[in-house]
Design a protein around this ligand. Sequence first.
Ligand code: COA
Length: 150
Amino acid sequence: MIIRELRAEDIGPLSIIEARAFSMPWTPADFARLIEDGNSCYLVAEVDDRVVGCCGVTNVSGDGEIDNVVVDEAYRNQGIATALLEETLRRGYVMGVENFTLEVRVSNAPAIHVYEKAGFVSEGIRPRFYEKPTEDAMILWKRNIQQLPH
Ligand SMILES: CC(C)(COP(=O)(O)OP(=O)(O)OC[C@H]1O[C@@H](n2cnc3c(N)ncnc32)[C@H](O)[C@@H]1OP(=O)(O)O)[C@@H](O)C(=O)NCCC(=O)NCCS
């Protein structure tokens, strides 16, 4: 597996993975904006020359908002999201992020497991945050990163 930065040619395959995984997927234009955004670092995982997942962080005044963690269904449970998240934390730290945060549906046990394994801790619930279907969000943080994550 290779982890590298998002390129324009990844947007097509990623949009397909997104549409399969989320009821309100990001559009190709959403991904294209990230490539241009100097405060964001967006990574993809590639297996056998095929883009199979992505994850990214946007630095908002030292807080890193992680979003859109997704892995193609056929490639799940092989450690790909974990590897993407770890590299995103390293890249975010280099960009000046000390605190990372993300939201997740409270029913999304695999994602919550990945985030808690990476050191994220729940700091609360945002009621009815998600649509299609309506569901609460768990707000997770990983705070006070003082050195480059392993
Ligand atoms: C969440 C997601 C990104 C994880 O990707 P992945 O590449 O399969 O993740 P990993 O292989 O790194 O880790 C999966 C972990 O979840 C665990 N897991 C799998 N199913 C689980 C379940 N039902 N309950 C709890 N843990 C579960 C696996 O055992 C593994 O843990 P381990 O490494 O300790 O054994 C993937 O499931 C996905 O794309 N889901 C749809 C999109 C999504 O919900 N994204 C998150 C939005 S916040």
